[in-house]
Write a protein that binds this ligand. Structure first.
Ligand SMILES: Nc1ncnc2c1ncn2[C@@H]1O[C@H](COP(=O)(O)OP(=O)(O)OP(=O)(O)O)[C@@H](O)[C@H]1O
Ligand SMILES: [Mg+2]
Length: 259
């Protein structure tokens, strides 16, 4: 693909004796959703933390917009346009949606000593950005804690998009959600991709991944098992590739149902 935003090549990460990543190659293009799948402990979180500047790789190279790059902090990565929405969202439940949306980056009015937080502008931007994501807030001063899990994910996604993300990394955004909330988040991902942002979607759930993914990479014990495009693989094959796929199929057979 020609419009690759970030390319990670042969990434290794060791924590003392623990080999969390042992040569992972992965890239994301603008306007695609690339799913990263794998069982518990496969190295998914470690990998995206390397991508977002939290960890330095022990070995391997990162190319961002065609140039070799090494992030020395998450702030570096964020400034380059890599935004991560972690599962334990960095939000303050008792604060308003608007405050959480801006989180220290509020628009201001006036100058010098008179400079202050422009509440009206902030509220307006927040309501508008959430509306674009398909959520009509009751009021911008509504506390984040009163939103549903899916809506909170959407606030975090809308915030990343508003602040200019080129790559949006979502670590298991649907794992704690019910059916309707999941479908809302999946359609938000679709909308974000439509704006030319490259989405990295981490999941355990093959169905969720299949619903929005353009490409799929499976990690197993710190190694890439391969990358496939949507029309090259079925959910059954993807499920089998993930560690435990075989076991689940056996269990499914003996229980006579679908898990
Ligand atoms: N800071 C660390 N120090 C030591 N070992 C670590 C550290 N971070 C991760 N690991 C190890 O690296 C391996 C990969 O962990 P990681 O959290 O990346 O897996 P994961 O695929 O995200 O799993 P899950 O699906 O459970 O979130 C695990 O064996 C884990 O114990
Ligand atoms: Mg993880």
């Amino acid at each position: 693909m020609t419009n690759t935003i970030i390319h990670m090549e042969g990434i290794k990460k060791h924590f003392g004796n623990v080999i969390a990543l042992n040569g992972v190659t992965f890239d994301v293009s603008s306007g695609e959703c690339h799913c990263l799948l794998g069982d518990n402990g496969a190295g998914k979180s470690t990998f995206i933390k390397t991508m977002s500047g939290v960890h330095k790789p022990t070995e391997g190279t990162i190319t961002f917009e065609g140039k070799p790059l090494s992030f020395s902090s998450p702030r570096d990565a964020m400034e380059a346009g890599i935004a991560t929405v972690f599962q334990d969202l960095a939000m303050i439940p008792l604060m308003s949606v608007t405050r959480n949306f801006f989180m220290g980056r509020e628009p201001t009015k006036g100058r010098g000593l008179l400079k202050r937080f422009d509440v009206d502008a902030a509220n307006e931007i927040c309501m508008e950005e959430m509306r674009k994501m398909g959520i009509n807030l009751r009021a911008p001063d509504q506390a984040v804690g009163t939103l549903s899990g899916g809506e909170r994910q959407t606030v975090a996604i809308a915030r990343a998009v508003y602040f200019g993300a080129k790559v949006l990394i979502l670590d298991e955004p649907t794992s704690a959600l019910g059916v309707r909330q999941t479908s809302n988040v999946l359609s938000t991902i679709d909308r974000v991709r439509g704006q030319g942002i490259g989405v990295v979607f981490i999941s355990h759930n093959v169905r969720h991944a299949m619903a929005v993914g353009d490409r799929f990479t499976v990690l197993n014990r710190g190694q890439t098992l391969g990358t496939a495009k949507k029309d090259e693989i079925t959910s059954a094959e993807l499920q089998d590739l993930m560690a435990g796929g075989q076991e689940l199929a056996k269990l499914e057979g003996s229980l006579g149902g679908t898990i």
